[in-house]
Design a protein around this ligand. Sequence first.
Ligand code: IPT
Length: 990
Amino acid sequence: MVVSMVANADTAPGIDAALTNLVPWQGPVAPRAHLHTDAPTLDLSGTWRFQLVDSPFDAPEGFFDPGFDDTDFVNLAVPSMWQMTDPAGEAPFGRPAYLNVNYPIPVPASDEDIVVPNENPTGCYRHTFQVSETFTNADRVLLRFEGVDSFARVWLNGVELGWTKGSRLTSEFDVTAQLRPGRNVLAVAVSQWSDGTFLEDQDMWRMSGIFRKVTLLARPQGGIDDLFVHASWEDGAAKITIDGPDGATVAIPELGVTTTCNTEVTVPDAQPWTAETPRLYDTTVSTGSETVSLRIGFRTVAIDGDVIIVNGHKVVFRGVNRHEWDPHTGRTLDEETMRADLELMKRHGVNAIRTSHYPPDARFLDLCDEYGVWVLLECDLETHGFEWGGWDGNPTGDDRWYDCLLNRVQRTVERDKNHPSIIGWSMGNESHCGEGIRLMNDWVKHRDPSRFTHYEGDHAHTISDVWTVMYPRMEWVEAVRDRTVMPGAEPVPQTGRELGLPFFMCEFAHAMGNGPGELADYEERCFDPHFHRDRMHGGFIWEWIDHGIDTGRGYAYGGDFGEVLHDRNFVCDGLVMPDRTPSPGLLEFTATMGAVRIEVDGSRLRAGDGITVINRLDFADLSDLEFVWQLVDDGKVTDEGVLDIGALPAHQSWTGSVPVPDEISDRMVVVVEARLVEDTIWAQAGHVVTRASGLLIPEPLPRPCPPASSHPRRDGSGWVLGPARFDRRGRLVELGGNGIVTPVLDLFRALIDNDRASSLARNNIGGSALAAGLDRLVHTTVSVREEGDDLVVVTRSAAAAARDSMTTTWSWQAVQVDEGSEGIHLDLHVEPHGHWPAMLGRIGVTMGLPDEWSTVSWFGLGPTENYPDSQHAATWGRWNSDVASLQTPYVMPQENGLRQGVHELTITGPDGGLHVAADGGWPAFAVRPWTSKALFSADHTWDLEPDGHTWLTLDALSAPLGSTSCGPMPIMSHRLYARPVDLSLTLSLI
Ligand code: IPT
């Protein structure tokens, strides 16, 4: 065993010795399940005394002695992460640092001892508590730490108990000999860096402290230290055996079961547990001295050929990767927040969680059992930063580390082994692969053969029970599905064994910023939407929540705290915003990947098959839902009813229709909503599980307005045509006497995260866009001429130094919009010249309107923002909003707020405003109180200030979202390259 020299330094005896000795812990008792017991427990959470020093060498001499004078210490809440104390203000205990792959400390080479910096922030904690004789008379007393990041050395009443590593893993010290009746003083020295740091290179904020609960547990003689529940469901029969103390009584009152530990019994009439029907049975296990309460779910996980089955049925994961996060407390979560996560997930159709990349707070798994989700429980392990050195010295392939690896996975499995929600164990994330992973996997398979094992980095496919990948191209996944040759550029090692394994994407659809797009495509091509019972098991979106830190004026991300190295906003890549507001991406997830799918084709209603409801659940029927339809004419409900689909069984679909009036218009919509019939624990009756809509006339109708009598008229400053005034260059500058910033061709969008290059992005869409000068086009009037009733203006748009250009022909004509009032009609034609290699952000026009015009009403897709590859969550209809509410405040400002399918739009103020009617095609629109360029330049939401205009963009074509920030390029059919487009609009004044 290699022991670092620094670790042996005696400057601060007792504090630093074990930091880097590659021994996982010393002192704790064997890992065991967290059990709910009637034996006394004492929650030690609360206000502790605390002092942060720069290095373990600087710990105050003897600070762990009960008599130490800690008046110099300050108060700190336990649990908490010390860097989350006023991080954007005084930050008395240092600030958070965000890193993805890079280690925050120097990395050892394979031929070196393991060392960590002497500058190693160390928190000295003291806590005085009282115990009654209940504890001091107990047979044994344990002190449990559920999470300390990253190294803790522990003393009780001045006596050292030992030390532990493994930040998200439980450690229990036996304190029987040290505990005194009355006053006790607990002291803990927590160091930020240890050899554990090299095993904890997860993509997240690097922060420290006693961040999960600390509890004192009295252990009675003859008590129940550990249990292992085996509750199965096979061929309709439930069976249970609980490994535990011989003779302990097991009782499941609801099922009339009374038995003893270590005896298998068959349980008649039990319902199985599934994520869809999370049936739990309250169970007690008792000895004379202790009763433990369990909530048992009967279920059997198996792999049948290359299919994962639970209770005999294939399951598909509509999952998310979940880090623990709160914008105020970091990775310290209260139960309310954990419940909020599960309620949001259940409401939005998420059925599975990968606990990336560590075991969550233990209470969360009780809640997973209760709410019903499939859990892939991951060990606290990631060594990604070794990749930059070619994985030289990587712990999973270096036997010096194997004890630490085994210790981690043993603590993971032992703590959580009794949860029915956990169906698979994951060894960790991004740690390359070596014998260490095999040892972990072997241990898990031996200890718990009832679940599958997972490790994505097992690229030779000799270890894991499943084959998983991250961020694949869809074509590639289809090849996996179809068992054909893997397409071109991304060859995978095909060792053979993987071809017989179940398959899922443990990460896909990177939800960073505006996105992910293409979810409907992933669902259709990479899941198993047609129930083939094949190897396709869906996947887990990366990731659940943006890890933004609340600064009081907005959310901070990497680099905002002066970090030496950081990865910017890569930490804000979730389906919910830092405050858990659902993002448009989560709504799209629900509409496309949620298990209840509604499809509406308004043009097929008369034919009787315009509505399809698909139950993509794997077990349950849809009797808990009512399918309400409404016929809506330009915002007014004209008819409604309930679809009679009965209790649609799992994997079945229903097709039918609703009555359609004789006269229909292109503003008529049928909307179908699936609503909960009764309250559940995750939502109330009436909650809309999903919704879909369709236009009765799904194609644009030409709506020509009669020409007005006005012709273009020249005056000294340009032209006048109906309500419009043009300058001498033919630029529209006034409408009905209101000055406007002339409309120009717009090809640019404020780059979204998926456009931007990063260390993990496989593209530089945005780099090409900026190189092409999309954000700095120069618009030149080439000609202005009167052509009959039309004023025809030709402009050429190109960037400095660029040759590629767009020629835009603007044909303006005065038209009659209402009796006595004139509007102006624009026929726009855009024609590219040159090569235009870059993908474009849009092909549209942008103009500046008076800022008092800030109330918006439109007929089109809404109310949520929508993009070409993310539009299933949007509903056709009439929507009203104001400009401010149409902005989506992504943590890092970027293009947002687009709404497509615009038939008609008004933007009004107190004294009138603008009406835009689309004829011939439906543009998309965005309105903003700032320009796209300002949006692009802003680093944070607080950098954005309204600039005195309401900027209106109307896109003939808009770019997709994709998820290229850490995924493949958008599929070819979604990409927007230069091409000729037409747009027809009528502008009039209100
Ligand atoms: C992948 C990581 O597993 C995950 O933790 C996160 O960092 C994600 O990337 C990006 O947000 S690894 C990558 C090499 C695809």
